[in-house]
Every structure is written in structure tokens, then in C-alpha cells.
Design a protein around this ligand. Sequence first.
Ligand SMILES: [Zn+2]
Length: 58
Amino acid sequence: MPKKGEHRIMVGLTCKVCGHRNYVTTRNKLNTAEKLALKKFCNKCKKVTDHKETEKLK
Ligand SMILES: [Zn+2]
């Protein structure tokens, strides 16, 4: 059996408007196969914008 937590990957959430990475979060790639897309507050745009998953961190 795989160890608990093995399928959690860290990803960055980037603002679609300005391209600034505002959040780092984790995703379980077994439970959530597709990339994340969320509405989040962007510190650069000073408003809630669409954010998408852009990078895998370790
Ligand atoms: Zn932005």
C-alpha cells in the first residue's frame, strides 16, 4: 500500500489576469485528476479573479 500523503502534490495557483502566483496549495491527484481552477483574491489585481493551477512544487 502507498504511504498516506503520497498522492498529495503541491501546486501553485496563478492569477489568469496578471499571471502572478498568489497561492500554493495541495491537491490529491487521485481524488482530483483535473487541474484546479478557482476564484481567488489577487493581491496584484486587488480583486477576485480566476486562478489556475500552473506549477507543481515539491
Ligand atoms: Zn492578478
